[in-house]
Ligand binder design. Structure first.
Ligand code: HEM
Length: 196
């Protein structure tokens, strides 16, 4: 595994048709290299994680393997971790998603890429609702992305305005002021096998 605490180059390989643990490790490495180089996100991650990447990266591989491969392994509290990060704004989430989607698309063929992008969008939605309040309006760009990758699961098909199933569930559960349940619901919708 590539550790951003050490200097290392990035290799480019043809996109994978299927996710496996090895290529998920490569995806995670590449994503965090991109994140570290990003002007908006880089400082947040280096402040928290420099000197600790050895603990963070295996956790992220477990997390994505849980989603993409239905493996058990990730144990953590996503909401608590992101709740304490200072000065997060919706712009941070937009950038995180853009970098993540770009990295996934450069590593996987489209059918496999969706297995990462869809849960990322749904979980990002829930994290934003937890962080900014349940009446926060998810940025249109994120709703449009989810609509593009999975039009059958949007409310539009049922004659409503564009609203995703994940956001719908998270919003409904957030109305009971149980944001942890919202995250679990979104992760379950996304296919994450473990508790958040
Ligand atoms: C604004 C966007 C985001 C920022 C700035 C951000 C930042 C961070 C940082 C700094 C950590 C390390 C915290 C620490 O250990 O002290 C972290 C952990 C983590 N992030 Fe994010 N994150 C973002 C969005 C997301 C999204 C959308 C997902 C999932 C789709 C995600 C998944 C995770 C996971 C699984 C961990 C490990 C949590 C744990 O320690 O159990 N993050 N994030």
């Amino acid at each position: 595994m590539l550790n951003p605490d050490q200097d290392a180059g990035v290799q480019s390989v043809p996109p994978h048709a299927l996710a496996d643990r090895e290529n998920i490790a490569a995806l995670v490495d590449a994503f965090y290299l991109n994140v570290r180089a990003d002007d908006l996100l880089g400082p947040i991650f280096t402040n928290r994680l420099d000197g600790h990447w050895d603990q963070h990266l295996p956790k992220m591989i477990d997390f994505w393997a849980g989603l993409a491969l239905r493996e058990k392994g990730y144990q953590g509290n996503l909401k608590a971790v992101h709740q304490v990060l200072p000065d997060l704004t919706p712009a941070h989430f937009n950038r995180w998603l853009k970098l993540f989607i770009d990295t996934v698309e450069s590593h996987y063929e489209p059918a496999a890429a969706i297995g990462f992008i869809e849960p990322a969008l749904r979980i990002a939605h829930s994290l934003q609702l937890s962080r900014f309040g349940w009446d926060f309006k998810i940025p249109a760009v994120q709703l449009e992305l989810l609509e593009q990758i999975n039009p059958r699961k949007t409310g539009e098909a049922e004659g409503r305005e564009v609203a995703t199933v994940g956001v719908g569930i998270a919003t409904a559960v957030n109305r009971t002021e149980d944001a942890d349940a919202a995250l679990v619901a979104a992760a379950t919708t996304a296919g994450l096998a473990t508790d958040l």
